[in-house]
Design a protein around this ligand. Structure first.
Ligand code: Y43
Ligand code: MG
Length: 198
């Protein structure tokens, strides 16, 4: 059905590529959509699912290959789930450091008990651009927003995300450990099941 030696990842985020490739192992080679185009599609959906499908279709159309997309973000309880699908654009496109600084500032007077949050990841796999039956898998990772950044690994909001089961930030986990327990790992686990790979 799907030729896994030629799967394109519909993402321009190097952190995602690294994590997803590590989870898939050597049997599947993920090629970045960056090899085909530097133009990023506008993420016009109102949900992670819509944006994941939109990115997967776009990548399949550009590359002519089956495509996997990851739409993910951070949903903070105190903020009613924001920044959510707007996580990458939280500080108006100024990047991870600005996003993190903004989040710390917005939550500066919020006590520990009210700082709950979850990372969300939706993976969408399409066989071709017009696939009427995308495979969709979701993963959540519950934690809390720290009051200052900590750790050097990972990307995005990792330095601000406290992981209760490990009592450290997500950026303090080794890449191997993060890939066992993250939102992305959970979504990928489901995808592997759906594809009969385990
Ligand atoms: O494991 C993670 N550790 C830390 N931060 C994370 C993680 N997973 C998602 N995030 C953050 C990064 C970005 O602020 C947003 C994703 O936004 P999202 O649009 O899905 O990705 P993106 O624009 O970076 O790349 P692309 O759309 O090309 O896949 O959530
Ligand atoms: Mg994006």
């Amino acid at each position: 059905m799907i030729n896994f030696t030629q799967l394109v990842l519909a993402s321009h985020n190097a952190g995602k590529l690294k994590e997803l490739q590590a989870m898939l192992g050597e049997s599947v080679q993920l090629r970045s959509i960056g090899e085909f185009s530097s133009v990023e599609p506008e993420e016009t959906g109102l949900s992670f699912v819509e944006n994941a499908i939109l990115k997967a279709r776009n990548a399949a159309r550009i590359s002519g290959l089956p495509a996997l997309a990851d739409d993910s973000g951070l949903a903070v309880d105190f903020l009613g789930g924001a920044p959510g699908i707007y996580s990458a654009r939280y500080a108006d496109g100024k990047g991870d450091a600005a996003n993190n600084a903004k989040l710390l500032d917005v939550l500066k007077d919020v006590p520990q008990a009210d700082r709950g949050a979850q990372f969300v990841c939706v993976l969408a796999l399409v066989r071709h651009a017009d696939d009427p039956l995308p495979i969709l898998c979701e993963g959540l990772w519950h934690g809390r927003i720290l009051t200052q950044a900590s750790g050097e690994h990972g990307f995005g909001y990792d330095p601000l995300f406290w992981v209760p089961e490990r009592d450290c930030s997500s950026a303090e986990l080794s890449p191997g450990d993060k890939n066992q327990i993250s939102h992305r790992a959970r979504a990928m686990d489901l995808l592997r099941q759906r594809l009969g790979l385990k």
